[in-house]
Design a protein around this ligand. Structure first.
Ligand code: FPP
Ligand code: MG
Length: 296
């Protein structure tokens, strides 16, 4: 079924009728296609599910192209980012082409779907803006962090699950709750892996979130666990390139205070909430497990 999504993605990019954009797009690593997989899992029989999956994946690809420009990231999924190889202007324009093409294709869907997906992209963009703003200083506000996370990452997954449920005639609100919590858990695991996974697995430097100014959940937990002088030491390491010894100190303190285990436990709680409304659907449980247990 995922092949049908790939075929739709190729067709939509082809319809743009600009070979330079198609060539650039072809070089991008496709990623896990989590959003399309989710849509196909919820609506396996719906004829329009592969097209909806392709649309959402194009929007996601566009958002990452723009995100790498904003984050000045040189690597994406282990390969040089488009902004690194072709410059920021090209990366932004390719993103614009992908998401406007996706929006054109979205107009063929029922307004309840097109509105939900379109509104989620506005939220996504607000979340990205909050993320950048929050990286300006050390954020220790957990609620603010979780709100930003919901907007930046969970909202498109929530919209995917909702829309797929509409296509399949299933309970859209329950699936939206599933998607939201899956999305939050996904991003929290992402935040953990930035700290625990090695650079070869990550495809980017480790602890890069903190270097980019992002105090993710494990850092907020750690900050709350430390005494005043160690809190100051942590703050002093924020938003700059770190020496190996500084990275070692952060990891050791996280270990000492059981911070990573706590973040995993929180992600697990979100997974339970995700499954609460959709019953014991084994395929939706399997997606949750791949998100929690992934190593990259
Ligand atoms: C990755 O965050 C970024 C996102 C999930 C969303 C980015 C959204 C925009 C740039 C809004 C514009 C949207 C469109 C459709 C053009 P991250 O930097 O925490 O994750 P990373 O480590 O994968 O870079
Ligand atoms: Mg980024």
């Amino acid at each position: 079924m995922l092949e049908k999504v790939e075929t739709w993605i190729a067709q939509l990019v082809d319809e743009v009728d600009y070979p330079a954009a198609a060539d650039l797009f072809a070089k991008l690593a496709g990623g896990k296609r989590l959003r399309a997989r989710l849509i196909l899992t919820i609506a396996p029989e719906a004829p329009d599910a592969p097209l909806l999956g392709a649309i959402v994946e194009l929007i996601h690809a566009a958002s990452l192209l723009h995100d790498d420009v904003i984050d000045e990231a040189m690597l994406r999924r282990g390969t040089p980012s488009v902004n690194a190889t072709h410059g920021s202007k090209v990366a932004i324009m390719l993103g614009d082409i992908l998401y406007s093409k996706a929006f054109s294709a979205l107009t063929a869907f029922d307004p309840s779907i097109s509105r939900t997906v379109a509104e989620s992209v506005t939220r996504l963009s607000v979340g990205e803006m909050m993320d950048v703003e929050m990286a300006g200083c050390f954020n220790a506000d957990r609620e603010l962090y979780l709100k930003m996370l919901y907007l930046k990452t969970a909202t498109l997954i929530e919209a995917s699950a909702y829309s797929a449920a509409v296509l399949a005639g299933k309970d859209a609100d329950a699936h939206a709750i599933y998607g939201k919590n899956l999305g939050l858990a996904f991003q929290i695991v992402d935040d953990i892996l930035d700290i625990t996974a090695d650079e070869a697995t990550l495809g980017k430097p480790s602890l890069s979130d903190f270097s980019e100014g992002k105090t993710t959940l494990p850092y907020i937990d750690l900050y709350e666990s430390l005494g005043i002088s160690e809190q100051e030491r942590l703050k002093a390491a924020h938003a700059r390139l770190l020496e190996d010894a500084e990275k070692g100190w952060i990891r050791a303190k996280m270990e000492e205070h059981g911070v990573i285990a706590r973040s995993y436990a929180y992600a697990r709680t979100l997974c339970d909430e995700a499954l609460g409304g959709v019953g014991e659907d084994p395929s939706l449980r399997a997606i949750i497990e791949t998100v929690i247990q992934r190593s990259h």
